[in-house]
Write a protein that binds this ligand. Structure first.
Ligand code: SF4
Length: 284
């Protein structure tokens, strides 16, 4: 069992309260929706929900994988809820979202990894909310390009898939996923002309050289958008945060990534994959 380190001042979070925050919370609860904001204990929930932004998690709240950094429940999931696309599409309309981010748990129990359910959800959201733009933060679908193609065909503006950490630490913290396979997923997405986005966490014991290598690998996969944030240990049973990287180092990595050619880079301690996601639609 790992004892959590005391957080430095730059990782203190905004209190989660406010009128818009309460509205988002009610819609999420009343419509039995899942968000990665709550299941992932995201530190930005106060800021994002107060701006009326949330990242919705489809295909249930139980993941078939058990990554050591992620607080989402793991186990045997329930069958997909066929009413979820409708409820989600209607909730996005009620919230009048200009941009939405959708993600899912891993569903290795389903033959297509949940891709057809994903595609139906994207299409239904677009039908009900024709002017809402969308980012889909997808799993690796075991590298199955037919599944990835279903997401591309459904037409989200941005498709993201996170490498989460440097190559050496991937087998330590990610369950089943492979660094090179994640890069292949990104290469496939960008190769089809879609805006691809990825991100990873710092503070897990990676070296500076490994960080720069990872930025380069993601860039060469064709990604236009990059997010880099500090790993925070979600509970005592998860991987310990080895160190807290100061904001100035994040800024250095941001400058390096922009210099390489990324269109958009979010790099600071509290950045999460979906943080400020509404800006990323503009990245070309
Ligand atoms: S950064 Fe993403 S996961 Fe965190 S609260 Fe904002 S929308 Fe939710």
């Amino acid at each position: 069992m790992q004892k959590r380190k005391r957080l430095p001042g730059w990782l203190k979070m905004q209190r989660a309260s406010g009128e818009t925050y309460s509205m988002v919370k009610h819609i999420v609860v009343d419509n039995h929706l899942q968000t990665i904001c709550t299941s992932g204990n995201c530190p930005n929930i106060g800021e994002c929900w107060n701006k009326g932004t949330a990242t919705f998690m489809i295909l249930g709240d139980i993941c078939t994988r058990a990554c050591k950094f992620c607080a989402t429940k793991t186990g045997r999931p329930l069958p997909p809820d066929q009413n979820e696309p409708e409820r989600l599409a209607d909730s996005i309309k009620t919230m009048r979202l200009k941009h939405c981010v959708i993600t899912s748990v891993d569903r290795d129990d389903l033959s297509d990894g949940g891709a057809s359910f994903w595609a139906n959800t994207i299409k239904r959201i677009k039908e009900v909310n024709p002017s809402t733009t969308m980012e889909t933060l997808i799993p690796d679908f075991d590298g199955n390009t037919e599944s990835i193609q279903m997401i591309i065909d459904a037409g989200p503006e941005v498709i993201s898939h996170n490498v989460e950490t440097v190559k050496r630490l991937t087998p330590v913290i990610r369950s089943k996923a492979k660094y090179d396979r994640s890069l292949d997923v990104l290469r496939y997405i960008s190769g089809k002309g879609k805006t691809a986005k990825s991100g990873f966490m710092l503070g897990l014991g990676e070296s500076e050289a490994e960080i720069i290598q990872t930025i380069g690998d993601i860039y060469l996969s064709g990604c236009k958008i990059l997010t880099i944030g500090q790993y925070l240990q979600p509970g005592s049973e998860y991987m310990e945060a080895v160190e807290f990287i100061p904001p100035e180092k994040f800024e250095e990595y941001r400058v390096i990534a922009l210099g390489l050619g990324f269109s958009y880079v979010e790099s600071s301690p509290l950045v999460r994959s979906s943080f400020h996601a509404e800006n990323h639609v503009k990245a070309q």
